[in-house]
Design a binder for this molecule. Structure first.
Ligand code: PRT
Ligand code: ZN
Length: 220
């Protein structure tokens, strides 16, 4: 690892632009270009590692990055599905990309509460969080893992309900589904492993976090 602070960020997607904007508001000067994996911050000893959001917790845990910005939903999922445990924890809540991981079922169907999930199939891209929730609630249901388009699962007959992220609720509505339970509330978070940083990097991180705090407070 170099002596430049390395921050893992989503390259493209719902978190990316707000993450870049937050760092720019903190005074970091950088340009994101097409295919690059690393972007160099011009005015501070910081590099940005641009990756898929799902990889951010393990990159932070495995020392490929010092810190990362990721959805809490992804952090919790990766912690639950990682067999040997994941050394990545929340250092700071960032207040953007707020959403809920919710259970939802067809408006015109039989399921409208969690107990009714017993003996049914639930489609999700979050098998870890869903499995943990079902276990805690003592519900025996089959989780059907999908990579996307979860909201189509009931209409194509592969599951009776879904467990998916919801923000405005428009996607559920467009697919004739209603949410009946929230299993996780999420927002973007700054994450870090338990490893100790060098004194220089820690001083830089402290400065960055106090600027982030200022940006968040000024936008409230
Ligand atoms: O390519 P990469 O793996 O990096 O990205 P991705 O496709 O896995 O994730 P992306 O960019 O879609 O989302 C990144 C993060 O944004 C998520 O992990 C959440 O932390 C956060 N976020 C906030 C959301 C939403 N809101 C959201 N609404 N992520 C996804 N959605 C989807 C949801 O899955 C559903 O399909 O949007 C649809 C519902 O939106 P509404 O507004 O219709 O309710
Ligand atoms: Zn992803």
């Amino acid at each position: 690892m170099t002596d430049r602070l390395r921050i893992a960020l989503q390259k493209k997607g719902r978190l990316a632009d707000d993450s870049f904007e937050l760092l720019k508001k903190c005074g970091l000067r950088f340009a994101i270009r097409g295919g690059g994996l690393l972007a160099r911050v011009k005015n501070m000893p910081i590099d940005l590692l641009l990756v898929r959001d799902d990889d951010i917790p393990s990159f932070v845990a495995n020392d490929a990055a010092d810190i990362g910005i990721v959805g809490e939903n992804v952090l919790v999922e990766e912690q639950l599905v990682s067999r040997e445990g994941l050394d990545a924890e929340i250092t700071m809540r960032l207040g953007f990309s707020r959403c809920k991981l919710s259970l939802a079922a067809p408006n015109d169907g039989d399921i409208n509460n969690t107990e009714q999930l017993n003996g049914t199939r639930i489609a999700t891209t979050y098998p870890g969080v869903l499995g943990n929730f079902l276990k805690e609630r003592g519900i025996s249901a089959k989780s059907v893992e999908m990579k996307g388009a979860v909201e189509l699962a009931p209409s194509i007959g592969i599951a009776e309900s879904i467990c998916d992220l919801v923000s405005s609720g428009a996607t559920l509505e467009a697919n004739g589904l209603s949410a009946f339970e929230t299993i996780l509330e999420s927002e973007a978070v700054l994450i870090q492993s338990g490893r100790k940083l060098s004194a220089d990097k820690q001083a830089l991180l402290n400065k960055l976090m106090s600027r982030i705090d200022g940006v968040i407070k000024s936008s409230e």
